[in-house]
Design a protein around this ligand. Structure first.
Ligand SMILES: Cc1cc2nc3c(=O)[nH]c(=O)nc-3n(C[C@H](O)[C@H](O)[C@H](O)COP(=O)(O)OP(=O)(O)OC[C@H]3O[C@@H](n4cnc5c(N)ncnc54)[C@H](O)[C@@H]3O)c2cc1C
Length: 397
């Protein structure tokens, strides 16, 4: 006999967990299936934790209205999560400082990026080098100017996953860990998930949030979803117990033939997460000596003091990417029972609350709001993935 529920969710990363949490809060019976031994062990635990409004290039296209919604939802969503989980997810306000280390980069930011920043529905303020160093005294003397992206937030994604795990554990969600889904199917009356042990879950809706592996379950996405490997690690400055920096800091720098993307995100317990590398279509999530060396070199260019900080955890993860770096959210079958929620690239933590809201609204039939319809259109699985207007340059985070 199949197990029966309203909604079966495949994948318990930040996306599947956020969806399970929101749907069960609204009284739906939910089964959440993950192949790993715990929730969040895919890309989600590997994220830097920027709630990005403008830093990512993908933020600046049509996705900006979806990001605006997620940014607005974020703090109330975390408040609710704290009540239900008992876990406080610490959030750093103050924004992101994007610095330029030479005149050429500052000119690029002013001529190419600033016009897009001012069109996006978020604040941006140009800073002189002195103003940037007033805000973050450890910035390199080489900084020639910067921009403050004031509305960006940052959190520790592993702390977010602890809160989601706890809230899901206390909810009515049936959690199946160490459980791999091998097939999904749909008919006019129900959808089905076939598990590796041969058992079957029957549901009104099946949500596939299986990260970069989502295309293996949904043939329609097979050629669309691919992994982008990213590495990062934690540094700890000596003697610091609170946030070591007041902002997160990002830069694009020239390193010979390549560009480097130093990104520093302070944590409330004195660590600074630093990253990130970006390798498309790499399926191996092992951290490497090259990743470590590159990130250390980029980071100490932006903030020389980091060269002396002690190294803690070093990790890698596989971002689930789509061709235009915009998530794929929507039904993918003729019966409207198989729902994709994947392809968030470098923005899955940023977009978790809005993705959960979009999926819940769709399942509950709350579809009349024109803004909801616009968000669904932007993330539609049926969009033209080759349309340049919808395809910002590749992401870097
Ligand atoms: C280095 C790095 C830095 C990043 N920084 C940021 C950032 O600053 N801000 C931001 O917003 N985002 C960031 N991201 C991106 C973010 O981590 C991802 O977008 C997000 O975690 C994707 O979540 P997910 O739930 O879709 O996928 P995942 O977390 O990968 O979860 C997918 C889950 O599906 C499960 N699964 C897969 N196949 C099956 C199956 N057949 N059966 C059962 N379970 C299955 C896996 O076990 C996994 O737990 C970063 C990512 C990396 C790697």
């Amino acid at each position: 006999m199949p197990e029966i529920c309203d909604v079966a969710i495949i994948g318990g990363g930040v996306i599947g967990s956020a969806i399970a949490y929101d749907l069960s809060s609204e009284g739906r019976s939910v089964i959440l299936v993950d192949a790993a031994e715990d929730l969040g062990l895919g890309a989600s635990d590997a994220a830097m934790g920027g709630i990005l409004t403008q830093t990512e290039t993908a933020c600046l296209g049509p996705l900006s209205s979806v990001i605006r919604r997620s940014r607005d939802l974020y703090e109330p969503w975390l408040g609710r999560l704290k009540k239900e989980s008992g876990v406080e997810v610490n959030v750093l306000g103050g924004g992101d400082i994007q610095v330029a280390l030479d005149r050429q980069e500052m000119d690029r930011l002013i001529s190419e990026v600033l016009p897009r920043w001012v069109q996006a529905p978020f604040e941006v303020r140009q800073l002189t080098a002195a103003e940037a160093r007033d805000l973050e005294p450890l910035l390199s003397d080489r900084v020639v100017g910067a921009f403050l992206l004031h509305e960006e937030l940052a959190l520790d994604p592993r702390e977010l996953m602890v809160a989601l795990r706890r809230a899901i554990g206390r909810s009515s969600v049936t959690l199946k860990l160490n459980t791999r889904a091998i097939r999904v199917d749909s008919g006019p009356n129900a959808a089905e998930v076939v598990l590796a042990d041969g058992s079957v879950i029957q549901a009104g809706t099946v949500v596939v949030a299986a990260g970069y592996l989502s295309g293996r379950l949904l043939p329609k996405l097979a050629d669309l979803i691919f992994p982008i490997k990213g590495e990062a690690f934690d540094l700890r400055p000596p003697g610091v117990t609170g946030y070591p920096l007041d902002h997160h800091v990002f830069a694009e720098i020239d390193c010979g033939d390549e560009r480097g993307y130093p990104y520093l995100v302070p944590r409330h317990d004195g660590r600074v997460a630093v990253g990130v590398t970006y390798e498309e279509n790499v399926f191996d999530d092992t951290p490497t000596a090259k990743g470590l060396r590159d990130i250390r070199s980029w980071t100490s260019t932006v903030m020389p003091a980091t060269a002396d900080w002690s190294l803690e955890r070093h990790w890698a993860g596989l971002r689930p990417a789509s061709p235009d770096h915009v998530p794929i959210i929507g039904y993918v079958d003729e019966h409207q029972r198989l729902l994709a929620a994947t392809g968030h690239s470098g923005l899955g933590v940023t977009l978790a609350p809005v993705t959960a809201e979009m999926v819940a609204d769709l399942i509950h039939g709350r579809t009349a709001d024109p803004e909801f319809q616009e968000r669904m259109r932007i993330c539609s699985p049926d969009r033209d993935f080759t349309d340049p207007a919808l395809s910002p340059a590749p992401t870097t985070l």
